[in-house]
Design a protein. Structure first.
Length: 71
């Protein structure tokens, strides 16, 4: 994520990590996986492997996204 981007260049990805599944806005699939990896790395105090993440771009024109409210 070293390059500056506008919101219009971001895409929505569904990333399956080791701990959970995530919805991530990122420029490309590698950035999406990197964001989830860094988040899980922090949650597990460095005890997570980089390999084994799966990501897929979400087609928001065909698939509606509903998020639960978080307190």
């Amino acid at each position: 994520m070293s390059k500056q981007t506008s919101l219009f260049q971001l895409k929505l990805y569904r990333v399956e990590g080791h701990l959970s599944k995530y919805l991530v806005n990122a420029c490309d699939i590698e950035d999406a996986i990197s964001i989830v990896y860094m988040s899980e790395l922090e949650e597990t105090y460095g005890n997570v492997d980089y390999f084994g993440y799966h990501a897929k771009q979400v087609d928001t024109s065909k698939e509606g996204i509903v998020l639960d409210e978080i307190d």
